[in-house]
Design a protein around this ligand. Structure first.
Ligand SMILES: [Zn+2]
Length: 300
């Protein structure tokens, strides 16, 4: 193996003015207003581009409506757009839990509604997905396949967070075809899963979402990101996967337009560490979007 892929993602949350008190209680992430959201998203994409990397945005339906023009513009510049969903932020009266707490039928129904709103706003249907809190159960992949989804970044391997229906202990570490019946093994479906990269050498009792699991490149977190990246890359060298992919995440409530903001600094230091470690180990770094990674895995 001498290729390392870097997939920079952002979960774009509805602004708090659009979220019920119950929704805000379950998930505090997200900007106060859409003006803040636009600054954050544009700043992130432009900062990444300046560093030489494309971005994948998982967009909550209200954000697709609020930022249709911005998102179309970014898509034209090579940004990959997918759907992001917290049921209680989208339809709080009927659905008050995280996605993985619902039956197959309920998941299909709420995802279909979200696809309609998102698709009408942007003029095409989403085919990539990530749920809030990385929440999913064993019906999620089949629900997504039934709605025409082709890939996602659903999993955070090792995460144990049952309060948000997000348990990924033992999940595969690398991009793979998802299994239609069991989320923790590889399968043969046409749905490509690209997991977040986690540092198995750096376990945590309480991560940023309150989870047990492992440190990972969640950009706003105060982890020692250089150590996290080194741990992940050491594993890639040892295990030589076909698609060693460093998947990062962040939210549209971080001011990436401000180069001195802690998250802007973390983004720069994560990229600098990836490039330095890869250079020292003769690894070639490729920035990828989710659609590109799905294509690579499907073609392999
Ligand atoms: Zn979210």
């Amino acid at each position: 193996m001498n290729d390392v892929y870097v997939m920079l993602t952002m979960d774009c949350e509805a602004a708090k003015i659009d979220v019920s008190a119950h929704g805000r209680e379950i998930s505090g992430s997200g900007p106060a207003e859409y003006a803040d959201s636009e600054t954050s998203i544009r700043g992130y994409v432009e900062s990444a581009r300046a560093l030489g990397y494309p971005v994948t945005l998982f967009v909550h339906p209200e954000v697709a409506v609020a930022h249709a023009a911005l998102l179309q513009e970014l898509k034209g510049g090579g940004t990959c757009l997918g759907l992001h969903l917290h049921p209680y932020k989208f339809a709080g009266d009927r659905y008050d839990r995280d996605l993985g707490a619902y039956s197959a039928e309920d998941q299909r129904s709420i995802l279909a509604e979200a696809v309609d709103v998102w698709g009408e706003a942007l003029g095409f249907r989403p085919i990539y997905f990530r749920a809030g809190y990385f929440s999913a159960n064993d019906s999620t992949v089949s629900a997504l396949l039934a709605l025409g989804f082709e890939g996602g970044s659903l999993s955070n391997p090792g995460r144990i967070l049952p309060d948000h229906a997000s348990v990924w202990a033992g999940a595969p570490a690398y991009p793979h075809r998802a299994h239609e019946a069991f989320r923790l093994i590889e399968g043969d479906t046409d749905f490509i899963e690209v997991p977040v990269a986690v540092a198995y050498g750096r376990p945590v009792e309480q991560g940023h979402a309150g989870e047990r699991g492992f440190e990972w490149p969640y950009i706003p977190h105060t982890y020692d990101h250089s150590r996290v990246i080194e741990d992940i890359l050491n594993r890639f060298v040892e295990e030589a996967p076909g698609f060693g992919t460093i998947v990062t995440d962040t939210h549209n409530d971080q001011d990436y337009a401000d180069p001195n903001h802690a998250s802007s600094q973390n983004l720069k230091s994560i990229i600098a560490t990836i490039e330095a470690v890869c250079a020292a180990r003769n690894l070639v770094v490729h920035g990828v979007t989710l659609d590109r990674m799905c294509h690579l895995v499907r073609a392999a």
